[in-house]
Write a protein that binds this ligand. Sequence first.
Ligand code: NAP
Length: 244
Amino acid sequence: MPTRTAFVTGGSRGIGRACAIALAQAGARVAIAARDLTRLEETASEIRSTGAEAFAVPIDMSSAESIKQAFATAAEEFGRIDILVNNAGITRDGLALRMKKDDWDAVIATNLTGAFIAAQQVLHGMMRERWGRIINVSSVVAEAGNPGQANYVASKAGLIGLTKTLAQEMASRNITVNAVAPGFIETDMTASLSAETKDNMLNHIPLRRFGKSEDIAAAVRFLASEEAGYITGHVLDVNGGMYM
Ligand code: NAP
């Protein structure tokens, strides 16, 4: 099997970092991308210390120009990209009635438009190789809805639509496109939630624990593998049973 090259957006911390580590453990070379270059370099050198190849690329997923530049930089270092993990994401919560358009726009731009532009950067190379894996990190709330997160939920539901459409457009080229829908995962993104909110959530999780970044990374690594080659257009729930 050839060595695969993966590009993980939001690869500096949380779920993206765990995905990059898991893909590196599976033998891939990984480009990790985010805004904070210091954090990225820390994660990249941590991966390199295991003997794997890792490369830190600055990217701002809210800017098409930045995304194009980042993929051009990664291509110089690594050549083609075989596996894209669209993981970078932000929240700007608030009730829809009062949500500022800026907060709507920022979340859609980073979580959805950014993922679309990133996919466009890798499709030509994957088509040439007749092999590719795109994994979009959606969310349980895309399936269930969530009050206070209209922008975020719309972006994550949009990712599911994008996943299924790209899967159909790219299937004849042996490129699979899937989504992972995490439940409540302990990362910086969820760290600031109140104890009351967390307790309430725990009561709705049949497996009675919050997820770890590694739980998501395992699913992403599987969907990126050779073995997952007959799975496309799928949304894999990794949520402890909180939505079935
Ligand atoms: P996190 O700990 O907040 O990490 C987010 C990552 O995305 C960081 O590496 C961050 O790096 C990067 N990022 C944010 N904005 C960016 C931008 N404009 N351009 C480039 N990179 C950007 O979040 P997480 O919990 O690991 O979440 C990862 C993904 O899983 C997100 O898409 C999130 O929506 C999804 N998810 C999370 C949960 C959960 O419970 N944690 C549940 C469902 C889905 P910089 O800040 O340095 O750019």
